[in-house]
Design a protein around this ligand. Structure first.
Ligand SMILES: NC(=O)c1ccc[n+]([C@@H]2O[C@H](COP(=O)([O-])OP(=O)(O)OC[C@H]3O[C@@H](n4cnc5c(N)ncnc54)[C@H](OP(=O)(O)O)[C@@H]3O)[C@@H](O)[C@H]2O)c1
Length: 234
């Protein structure tokens, strides 16, 4: 992974930063993106590798285009996009407000769409690349209280599988990660009773992503499933 250029959207999150540390230890060149510049700079300062920090709101297509342009300007290539940005709202369906649905669709669905499309456009010219979307198990299975979140994450699976078929001819691979609960700040604001000791650790999630990134091109998985012991109480 030493010579690869990896863009991590949501780099300062629990999963994104664990991945940045594991890849950084391998001297992978990292492009770190999220909205908060101070958090990006603190992460970059803690990594033993070459980094570029690009404050980016992935719900804004122009900012996403700038992220990919700056990656190419700095490193001359873009090998991997890891979409680790996102947020969750878990509420009974009667209490979901239009703003809740809008927020879920904007960051989890549209944001992933914009980053994949912008990265794939550059990768198509290179005729190689790897797109990774952290869907979560709620992109494949349903759960009470997760109607808005599942709507967005099921959408990510839909567009990703279409995209994977279209870009395969250009040597671009795509992997969907259906991770169960991962013990990150994601759960701090989610109004759901969970046992965080039963979740995956961010390091485990990062290892699963590295498994796909380090596979030979012909062996890159389209889907990776990891389900920890049940951690949700009803
Ligand atoms: N934790 C889990 O149990 C779990 C399981 C399966 C899948 N996932 C998915 O994995 C991804 C990462 O989850 P996590 O647990 O690492 O979450 P997290 O710790 O809450 O981190 C979220 C990251 O996304 C960034 N972000 C949020 N909104 C953004 C926006 N509009 N533009 C750019 N960056 C944005 C945050 O930084 P800023 O706020 O500074 O922008 C932060 O870096 C999410 O898509 C989540 O749905 C999580």
């Amino acid at each position: 992974m030493q010579d690869r250029v990896v863009v991590i959207a949501g780099a300062t999150g629990g999963i994104g930063s664990a991945l940045a540390h594991q890849l950084g230890a391998q001297r992978t060149k990292l492009v770190l993106a999220a909205r908060s510049l101070p958090r990006l700079e603190a992460l970059a300062a803690s990594l033993p590798t070459e980094t570029l920090t690009v404050p980016t709101d992935i719900t804004q297509p122009a900012q996403v285009e700038r992220l990919m342009d700056q990656t190419l300007e700095r490193f001359g290539r873009l090998d991997v996009l890891v979409n680790a940005a996102g947020a969750g709202v878990m509420k009974p369906w009667q209490k979901l407000e239009p703003g809740d649905l809008q927020a879920m669709l904007e960051v989890n669905l549209q944001g992933s769409f914009y980053t994949c499309q912008a990265a794939a456009r550059r990768m198509q010219e290179q005729r190689r690349g790897h797109l990774c979307n952290l869907v979560g198990i709620l992109g494949k299975h349903t759960m009470p209280l997760a109607a808005a979140y599942c709507a967005a994450k099921f959408g990510v699976v839909g567009f990703s599988k279409c995209l994977a078929e279209e870009v395969r001819r250009y040597g671009i691979k795509l992997t969907l990660f259906y991770l169960g609960g991962v013990d990150t700040g994601f759960w701090d604001t989610v109004a759901l009773k969970v046992d965080r000791t039963k979740m995956l650790t961010p390091a485990m999630a990062a290892q699963a992503i590295r498994f796909a990134l380090e596979a030979e091109p012909q062996a890159i998985p389209l889907e990776v499933n990891i389900q920890p012991e049940s951690h949700v109480f009803f």
